[in-house]
Design a protein around this ligand. Structure first.
Ligand code: WTA
Length: 662
């Protein structure tokens, strides 16, 4: 019987809860699970590991071993992610759609890859990798758009135990080069280009210089847009020329649960991006559990996540999560506003998607420019809506809930990080409650807490994770154990993981736990349109401009993107502010990091507020941009510079700044 239009949610005391229908359908609906899981957290994970994934050998040496701040799970047992995503489904689901791909151009047909197709293509691709010398433990960098070959290539790496390191296409070739260099990867997989807003965007022709610099041994190119890129003899190969001549079968390698599954570079508090290491076994268990429980993912569901493969959300939920369960995932190549702002709604309607997962920034754009457009589409197939990447404001939440979900579907506001591998905190569909602006409770049996500076539990403070962590959390930073310790395990010692975020304990409760609201980053990271960027990385980019003496980057609030990078730039003696110089700075950022980091605002200033020891006080810069109280200005050794800054940003906050009137 069709479930279209079912009321999955009801309102009680001003808050939303699952309806009886949802409780009946959901895999978990008894809040007792929270307490139960906590009584024996390691056994809880061990049971899930056996129940949710297939192991070649499940006789692990131990469930979890902890040598703070390092931990390991299920070591000694063997499995493979590609096997779990494909081979184990092949007997029953050979003809079932695994990936439904929607190209951006309207005159192109969508493509469906069945489990049978995936099985065939992934084996071929794996043999292509081997033929080109890729071995277990080698890092293979991807600069790939949202096309089916990207999924195939990632699964092929998993199959042979090579580590994919996928770089978002809106990062620059220079950013790709840095990541290849750090990972020591000798191979790049890319495409000639892809379609975005109706135009073909080049990839291969833009990356040639970077490939020279890192001395790449090979580059596999997928022909997507017939752009006829330049190919270097012996190094560059079109996939189509290789894949039919290799052996057509390739068994999945038996990997240890603690082998590295992939690297994913993410921004940290220093200029250099960090290669986050994820494990084969633990990552898979957590991806499987969160997919099943958070999205209440059933066998006939059609999952549509708009997250690009270049981000952790793309890895865990656009690709692996649905396939681990033998489900169907929808991939869309292009932009939400092409050819108009109805594209996502069309894709949901056309494919009868049951879950839709996206980021608040995109929703804010759609509210702003096409508030009523969802009304034109039949979205009654939807059962669960998801949000990720940044806090969702209550107004956008209500719109999402009413316009997209028709007031019928719960919104799972999922809080997690590249480092956690999978969702660790949200209200679950079968239990709720769903409160606008409040993310929810830790997944059973995850142990989140909010701590003050003295590591005491408090109502507003740092979001931390305590023992026993969760199997999918990072295993380290590639080649940098020190960075790993410093970034996550120094603020509260080596037994408490510091997320970098600030959170609030709310009055809402389920299963004996209070729901948490996530406020945002406490450190120097930006979330621009849901994309994580490090201020230090941007500052290093700006410093490459000769005329720049000093620069400080902070986030400036933006009504669609959440925040945009605002640059406070001091010039060297003799250099003059000009539009040309602004242009050079923008170009430098786009070259070094990529269009994703394009500055929102550039202020040329004569001085920046600093501490006695010469550290720029960003807090003042942020408060100026947000029209907030600055606090005690004497913490700066040069408070007189704040007058100029207030003028430049047009400060209208409550603080009295000597010499300045708004
Ligand atoms: C933020 C994305 C509020 C947070 C999965 C975190 C969120 C950073 C939420 C990680 C949410 C993610 N509510 N904030 N539901 N989800 N964040 O590594 O600041 O790209 O630390 O992973 O995004 O970003 P990342």
């Amino acid at each position: 019987m069709s479930e279209k239009g079912t009321q999955w949610i009801e309102k009680k005391d001003g808050v939303y809860w699952p309806s009886e229908k949802m409780k009946e359908k959901a895999f978990v609906s008894d809040p007792g699970i929270y307490r139960e899981a906590k009584e024996n957290p390691k056994e809880f994970w061990a049971e899930r590991a056996k129940e949710l994934i297939d192991w070649f050998d499940d006789d692990w040496n131990y469930i979890q071993k902890w040598n703070p701040p390092f931990f390991r799970w299920f070591e000694g047992a063997t499995t493979n992610l590609s096997y779990n995503c494909i081979d184990r489904h092949i007997d029953d689901k050979k003809d079932k759609p695994a990936i439904i791909w929607e190209p951006e151009p309207l005159d192109e047909e969508k493509k469906v890859l069945t489990y049978g197709d995936l099985h065939r293509e992934v084996q071929k691709f794996a043999n292509v990798l081997k033929e080109l010398g890729v071995e277990k433990g080698d890092a293979v960098t991807f600069w790939m758009p949202m096309i089916p070959e990207t999924a195939v290539a990632a699964l092929a790496c998993q199959r042979i135990g090579a580590w994919h390191s996928i770089v978002y296409t809106a990062f620059s070739p220079e950013a790709v080069r840095k990541r290849m260099d750090d990972a020591g990867s000798k191979m790049l997989i890319t495409a000639d280009g892809f379609y975005r807003r109706g135009k073909a965007v080049e990839l291969k022709d833009r990356i040639n210089g970077a490939l020279e610099k890192v001395d790449a041994e090979s580059c596999i190119v997928v022909n997507r847009a017939d752009l006829e890129p330049e190919m270097v003899d012996g190094r560059d190969h079109f996939l189509s020329n290789l894949k039919d001549s290799v052996d057509q079968s390739c068994e999945a390698e038996e990997l240890d649960a603690e082998d590295i599954g992939f690297l994913l570079y993410t921004s940290g508090t220093t200029g250099k991006p960090k290669g986050i290491k994820h494990s084969v076994g633990g990552y898979m268990v957590q991806a499987a559990l969160s997919m099943k429980w958070v999205f209440d993912f059933h066998d006939d569901d059609i999952f549509y996540s708009t997250a690009d493969i270049g981000w952790i959300t793309g890895h865990t939920y656009t690709l692996y999560g649905p396939l681990i369960h033998g489900g169907t995932t929808v991939w869309y190549e292009g932009s939400p506003d092409y050819p108009n702002l109805e594209r996502w709604w069309e894709i949901i309607e056309e494919n009868e998607a049951t879950q839709f997962y996206t980021a608040p920034t995109a929703l804010r754009m759609l509210v702003k420019m096409g508030k009523d457009l969802p009304d034109k589409h039949d979205l009654s197939s939807l059962r669960i809506l998801g949000s990720v990447g940044e806090p969702i404001d209550p107004e956008t939440w209500e719109w999402y809930f009413n316009k997209v979900g028709g007031g019928r579907c719960p919104i799972v506001d999922t809080y997690w990080q590249t480092e956690t591998g999978g969702i660790l905190l949200t209200s679950l569909p079968g239990m709720g409650p769903f409160v606008p602006g409040v993310a929810g409770v830790p997944l059973p049996p995850v142990n989140y807490d909010i701590l003050d500076e003295r590591a005491e539990p408090t109502d507003k403070g740092a979001v931390v994770i305590k023992e026993p962590f969760s199997p999918g959390m990072l295993r380290g930073v590639y080649k940098s154990p020190d960075k790993y310790k410093e970034e996550y395990w120094s603020r509260y010692g080596d037994k408490i993981y510091f997320s970098g975020d600030e959170g609030i304990v709310t009055e809402y409760e389920v299963g004996g736990q209070k729901l948490l609201k996530i406020v945002g980053r406490m450190d120097d990271l930006l979330e621009v349109a849901g994309h994580r960027l490090g201020t230090a990385e941007l500052e290093d980019a700006v410093q490459t401009v000769d005329e720049v003496a000093e620069v400080a980057v902070v986030g400036k609030p933006h009504d669609v993107k959440g925040e945009v990078p605002a640059l406070f730039v001091m010039l060297i003696e003799g250099a003059e502010p000009s539009d040309g110089l602004k242009d050079s700075i923008v170009k430098a950022v786009r070259r070094e990091v990529g269009p994703v980091a394009t500055p929102g605002e550039i202020y040329f200033v004569n001085d920046l507020p600093e501490t006695e020891s010469g550290k720029v006080i960003r807090r003042f810069l942020r408060s100026l941009l947000e029209d907030e109280e600055l606090g005690d200005m004497r913490t700066a050794k040069n408070p007189e510079c704040l007058k100029e800054l207030a003028e430049k940003v047009g400060y209208s906050g409550p603080q009295e700044i000597p010499g300045y009137s708004s």
